[in-house]
Write a protein that binds this ligand. Structure first.
Ligand code: FAD
Ligand code: UQ1
Length: 435
């Protein structure tokens, strides 16, 4: 009897282990993949709504950066340390931080696999993994960063080289590139060019510099109103623009940059450089690209109005890793985080998703250390300006917005889940007449 009993207990245990015990090591109401701008802001909102330990953020990094300020760091207007915070300090209270990377998404099973092999299950998944930089796709990089003049504001490891290149500039071409892939903050590659122009003027070196924007794009900016303003800026400042050119190789020994002509990629143009500011090709993480969450281009495939995944109803996504058809910026994430959270909670409570994203995005185009064109627009590339002035003009006030107000809003409001973009203020300042 005793033997039978212990045998049957063993059999029950075996069965339980085989069929019923979960394979995953932990389970959450919501798992957020990525603790950057989007992940932290959504995490803060969801933890407030759902309570303690319901939400987990999977994020490998020890540091969180305010990337929009790297433009100013590159020009010596802010320090790199002012853009950094310990990840533990921005992690919302009540959220479980899983310090690891997502290795694989299994949306059919409502699980993600970590790089460490562990599996985490969820009821809802939010993907906010941004975009990765691919300097290695340009021949000669990243090694050429060890040589004079080669720099990039796009990474915390290369942004200080921009200031170094400006300080050491003697004579020759200062080239600013824009790649042939979608990128985050498409205005940033030219903002640093205007700050470099000012820096070289102030230091008496501008007449020795030939500044050029060599871009794989077709024009200076996608929105007509701001494109007109920027065309005037480049013309007035004697900056050359060469469109349809994609940087493919850096040759530090001869200080040459090789560009493929997009109209005929077999053909190249080579320029000597004294300074070469590189905006690298970018792409989503492999875990996204290899999953059924991705569209053909490798971006998380979401509904443009709600941020809900097109195929998996319990998956939402925001920010640079999505195919939301707008410019990828923190300003866009500011609107998306509020809309995503409201729609996810509505779906969870079987209510209709009523919050609609209009594609709001913004690009504070610094044109000097005291002027800025504050571009704001929607999915239709129509201006959607917050302030009751013409933001297409270079303005000192907009410089203060960029350098002082926005960092405050980012650290103290957006990351705390208390900033959903400037829509309310836009309506207020336009006496309720704006969209
Ligand atoms: P991110 O903030 O980049 O966060 C992604 C997170 O995912 C990171 O923390 C990363 O570590 C994590 N991650 C990656 N892979 C994995 C993985 N496998 N598993 C788990 N986690 C992972 N925006 C503006 O609004 N205005 C500006 O003026 C502006 N200027 C910019 C200038 C520069 C030079 C740069 C680089 C960016 C600028 N931006 C600007 C863009 C802005 O920073 C981004 O659009 C914004 O941070 C996007 O947020 P995100 O959450 O989508 O991605
Ligand atoms: C914004 O809300 C935001 O997030 C904090 C940014 O990221 C840094 C921006 O660059 C911009 C422009 C906005 C929009 C806010 C205002 C006040 C225009």
């Amino acid at each position: 009897m005793a033997a039978w009993s212990s045998k049957s207990t063993f059999a029950v245990r075996l069965l339980t282990n085989m069929s019923f015990s979960p394979r995953y090591s932990s389970s959450y109401e919501v798992v957020i993949a990525g603790g950057g701008t989007g992940g932290i802001s959504v995490g803060a909102r969801l933890a407030r709504a759902l309570g303690k330990d319901k939400v987990a953020i999977i994020e490998p990094s020890n540091d969180h950066y305010y990337q929009p300020m790297w433009t100013m760091v590159g020009a010596g207007l802010k320090t790199l340390s002012a853009t950094r915070s310990a990840m533990s300090d921005v992690m919302p209270s009540g959220v479980k931080w899983i310090q690891n990377s997502v290795g694989k998404f299994n949306p059919e099973e409502n699980t993600v696999q970590l790089a460490s092999g562990e599996e985490i299950s969820y009821k809802y998944l939010v993907v906010a993994m941004g975009m990765n930089l691919h300097f290695e796709k340009i021949k000669g990089l990243p090694d050429a960063f060890e040589t004079p003049g080669v720099c990039s504001n796009y990474s915390p490891t290369t942004v200080l080289k921009t200031l170094e290149a400006l300080k050491n500039f003697k004579e020759g071409n200062a080239i600013f590139t824009f790649p042939a892939s979608p990128i985050k903050c498409p205005g940033a590659p030219q903002k640093i060019m205007y700050l470099a122009d000012e820096y070289l003027s102030k230091h008496g070196k501008r007449d020795k510099a030939n500044i050029m924007f060599n871009s794989a794009g077709a024009g200076i900016f996608a929105v007509k109103k701001y494109a007109e303003s920027l065309t005037k800026v480049v013309t007035d400042r004697n900056i050359a623009t060469n469109f349809g050119l994609n940087l493919v190789e850096v040759k530090p020994d001869t200080k040459e940059a090789v560009f493929a002509k997009l109209a005929n990629p077999e053909e190249t143009e080579t320029y000597r450089y004294e300074m070469l500011h590189i905006t690298p090709p970018m792409a989503t993480a492999e875990a996204i690209r290899d999953s059924t969450l991705a569209d053909a281009a490798g971006f998380v495939d979401v509904q443009s109005k709600t941020t809900q995944h097109k195929k998996f109803q319990n998956v939402f996504a925001l920010g640079d890793c999505t195919n939301l058809p707008t410019s990828r910026t923190a300003a866009a994430v500011a609107c998306q985080n509020k809309i995503l959270t409201a729609n996810l909670l509505s779906h969870r409570e079987s209510r209709p998703q009523t919050m609609v994203y209009d594609g709001y995005t913004s690009c504070p185009l610094l044109t000097s250390s005291n002027s800025c064109i504050l571009a704001e627009f929607d999915y239709n590339l129509e201006p959607l300006e917050t302030f009751p002035v013409n933001q297409g003009k270079e303005r000192r006030t907009m410089y203060s917005v960029k350098s002082t107000l926005l960092p405050f809003v980012y650290w103290n409001m957006l990351l705390k889940g208390r900033w959903g973009g400037p829509g309310f203020y836009r309506k207020l300042m336009h006496f309720g007449m704006s969209k």
